[in-house]
Design a protein around this ligand. Structure first.
Ligand SMILES: Cc1cc2nc3c(=O)[nH]c(=O)nc-3n(C[C@H](O)[C@H](O)[C@H](O)COP(=O)(O)OP(=O)(O)OC[C@H]3O[C@@H](n4cnc5c(N)ncnc54)[C@H](O)[C@@H]3O)c2cc1C
Length: 410
């Protein structure tokens, strides 16, 4: 039933089909104009016992599992502002700010948030809430490590702040780390402060084609024995044919020469074809995941990332599921993408097969509707679920924030 949510500074309208979250249509959509009106509308929703899901640009609303109930969709698009303190290499930014706007503003000052998007068109709040970081997390840390402060509106409408706007900051529990990757189940992020880095003067990409798992493993070990300090070491392990290793080096043009030479030297004995190739730019679509199809995340100890990728390929080949594995060989965070329309029974066999090996947990991040409908367990065994439930209980005791989106039905 539609509720009368008359909140100052907040537009509320009936929901339409395009406001659907994983097939669940909300009753109403609220568009708060600022953090205060967001807090007021959350308090009003709390008084009425409404379930709430936040939306940024909507590009990743099909990541995670459907909310069990959804009365009110809170659209954060108006919470868009950037407060850049270039001298301190710090930026504070509204949750609804498009990632692209933030990147453009920082680039104009020769700085960056050292974070590669896996999809285009998202907002800062959405990137934080979904929380997985792209290739360059190797050098600068994951997105959550770049957050130095966060403001969140709790389920009851109370505004909670953690951290601050300076890099050296010790302020109680690091709540921002809970909200990063929490899929909006613990609060609605209103703004965040990030540490920044200067944009490096130059970049080189050294790519090597690798015909077998053994060669890929040897190439990686040889790279580990160098002192080249890459920003990213990406593995591309397609459903069939040779794999590839992409090593990103950043720094001053002078300093890069020796590092490129050392990287080429490490990879050359194991590379096939014409040997390692050096480029001065990242290819178009660097780090981006396909916008369609089911996507899983497999994690492995870094030293076993090639083994894990090859295991996924083997299991997938056996059932003709066409899985393509890519990701950070150096941190062991690998994405597995299935061609759109891959039958759910094949995906189930891959999911179960990969999970049957020790040390390679697999989580379904985005499942096509027919895969969700097949009832495949998206999370598998989740260590620490009891603790996660306790956190949810203390931050959202009524279970009104995106209920069911996260592991263990949280
Ligand atoms: C595995 C994975 C890796 C990713 N890696 C990156 C990356 O490296 N770089 C990058 O830029 N993006 C990354 N993203 C983000 C993603 O690719 C989207 O581009 C981005 O999340 C979409 O933002 P959006 O504003 O469209 O969010 P939406 O699609 O609107 O929302 C995404 C999720 O966040 C919740 N949400 C949205 N806003 C808020 C808020 N203010 N408070 C609380 N919850 C909220 C929604 O309820 C939903 O569950 C990753 C996502 C996933 C799942």
């Amino acid at each position: 039933m539609t509720q009368n949510l008359d909140v100052e500074g907040c537009t509320v309208r009936e929901a339409a089909a395009e406001d659907t979250v994983c097939g669940v249509v909300p009753q109403q959509v609220a568009v708060p104009s600022d953090a205060d009106s967001l807090s007021r509308v959350m308090a009003a929703a709390h008084r009425r016992g409404l379930s709430v899901t936040a939306r940024g640009a909507g590009t990743a609303l099909d990541w995670g599992w459907p909310p069990r109930s959804l009365d009110l969709l809170v659209d954060t698009s108006a919470l868009s502002w950037i407060d850049h303190n270039a001298g301190d290499l710090v930026v504070e930014v509204g949750a609804g700010t498009p990632m692209a706007d933030l990147n453009a503003a920082l680039a104009a000052a020769g700085q960056r948030l050292s974070y590669d998007p896996v999809r285009l068109g998202g907002t800062v709040g959405g990137a934080l809430a979904t929380g997985v970081s792209g290739p360059r997390r190797l050098l600068s840390g994951a997105l959550r490590d770049l957050v130095i402060g966060m403001t969140v509106v709790r389920a009851d409408g109370v505004v909670a702040r953690s951290g601050g706007r300076v890099v050296k900051n010790v302020a109680g529990y690091d709540l921002a780390k809970l909200h990063t990757g929490g899929y909006g189940t613990l609060g609605v992020i209103t703004s965040a402060a990030f540490r920044l880095h200067p944009v490096p003067e130059a970049l080189r990409l050294v790519s090597a084609r690798l015909d077998s798992r053994i060669r890929a493993e040897r190439a990686l070990s040889a790279l580990c024995e160098t002192t080249v300090v890459p920003s990213a070491v990406e593995l591309d392990w397609p459903a069939s044919g040779p794999g590839r290793l992409d090593v990103v080096l950043e720094g001053t043009p002078g300093g890069l020469e020796a590092r490129v030479a050392a990287t080429v030297g490490a990879l050359a004995p194991w590379a096939s074809g014409e040997g390692p190739v050096v480029a001065e730019e990242l290819p178009e679509g660097w780090g981006l995941l396909p916008a369609e199809g089911t996507v899983a995340l497999v994690t492995a100890p870094p030293a076993q990332s090639v083994t894990a990728a090859d295991w996924v390929r083997e299991v997938s080949e056996a059932v003709d599921a066409g899985a393509h594995v890519r990701g950070s060989a150096a941190t062991g965070a690998l994405s597995v993408t299935f061609p759109p329309g891959t039958p759910a029974d094949r995906i189930r066999l891959v999911v179960e097969g990969v999970r049957s090996a020790e040390g390679h947990p697999l989580v379904l991040l985005r499942a096509e509707p027919h895969v969700r409908a097949a009832g495949i367990d998206p999370w598998g065994e989740v260590p620490g679920l009891g603790l996660m439930r306790a956190v949810k209980e203390s931050l959202d005791p009524g279970h009104r924030l995106s209920p069911g989106r996260f592991a263990g039905g949280i």
